[in-house]
Write a new protein. Structure first.
Length: 340
């Protein structure tokens, strides 16, 4: 077993296209962003797992390995994703016999709530803790264990796993639920402004569950009116992104139009908010190629902009209740930062 501190990190993510339709076996496109969560793991000689995170307000939560394997992770509050990740390692890695100290450090602020904190912390914890027991997981292994831990055990299946794929693989990916498709798309960085909306916070699992209940009553209608058109937009975006260069005005206009169209379908589906609708209209009027909500609910938007209009669009968003943040897409996936 490794005796040095192991430091690993995983990135956040942004949905570009495919929200909600991905839950019904349609394709989606997402990209990893340059805000990361780090997991630092040190060995212990006893059978306790200790978890510390300043950002989560947790200092030295301790649990015995055997108790960890039996725990209901939904009952441990804000550290449920870390606990679930550790539980998954101890259940699936053969050499995982002794305890460990796990410390979580985040670059993702509370306001950037849709950038994938839970998926990043899951993958970073699993990868670092597995290496503590001399197991280096490849991208697919990270995804499979992360999906089992994060999407199935904690979220009860109310997710597709795209966020775990972004955290594991990095880059911009074409994705199908459960990892049936995970394909890196070779493209330039996509010039986006990400903006949470002040005083709005929406639970994606709750929205997914609510939509599932509606769909169950008339699946053919939702397939025809929503999922197929959404899938068509994803496929068109995929064609653009395969040969995408960030400075290509025509490609940006095409991509922006697809963003606008996809947002319109999300509005009709009933998962957007008036604030998101208003903010994306303001962003477009200020010079964005296109804008849309991103993720399960309308508590944030992304806008596609060029360098010349970036400041103007950001100021318009800020002046109307948004919290604009520049993000760099195509971030690397899981990686080891150092060993000391």
């Amino acid at each position: 077993m490794r005796k040095e501190k192991i430091v690993a990190s995983a990135p956040g993510k942004i949905y570009l296209f495919g929200e909600h339709a991905v839950m019904y076996d349609k394709l989606s496109i997402a990209t990893s962003v340059d805000y990361r969560i780090r997991a630092e793991v040190e060995e212990r000689e006893d059978d306790l797992v200790s978890i510390t995170s300043h950002e989560l307000g947790v200092y030295g939560y301790k649990i015995d390995i055997e108790d960890l394997k039996r725990i209901n992770v939904k009952g441990v509050g804000d550290i449920r994703y870390v606990v679930a990740a550790a539980k998954t390692v101890y259940e699936n890695i053969e050499n995982a016999k002794k305890g460990a100290n796990i410390e979580i450090k985040s670059e993702i602020s509370e306001q950037a709530r849709s950038l994938g904190t839970s998926s990043a912390v899951t993958v970073a914890t699993i990868g670092a803790l597995a290496r503590r027991f001399d197991k280096i997981l490849n991208e697919r292994e990270l995804f499979d264990l992360g999906y089992k831990s994060h999407t199935i055990e904690v979220q009860g299946g109310a997710g597709s796993g795209y966020d775990i794929a972004c955290a594991s693989y990095g880059g911009t990916i074409l994705f199908k639920k459960g990892g049936e498709t995970i394909e890196r798309i070779s493209c330039d960085e996509i010039p986006l402004i990400y903006s949470p909306i002040q005083n709005i916070k929406i639970s994606t699992p709750q929205i997914v569950t609510k939509i599932r209940e509606r769909v169950s009553k008339n699946p053919e209608y939702y397939e025809e009116v929503f999922w197929r058109p959404m899938d068509s937009i994803v496929r068109e975006a995929y064609k653009i992104l395969k040969n995408y260069r960030g400075s290509d005005e025509n490609k940006n206009q095409e991509l922006g139009e697809l963003m606008n169209n996809y947002h319109g379908l999300l509005v009709s589906l009933g998962v957007s908010t008036r604030q998101a609708d208003d903010l994306r209209y303001i962003a477009n009027e200020s010079g964005a190629y296109g804008s849309k909500m991103t993720g399960g609910g309308g508590d944030n938007i992304i806008s596609l902009v060029n360098e010349e209009k970036k400041d103007k669009v950001s100021e318009a968003i800020r002046s109307n209740g948004g919290l604009p943040m520049e993000i760099k897409t195509n971030a690397p996936g899981f990686r080891f930062e150092n060993s000391s």
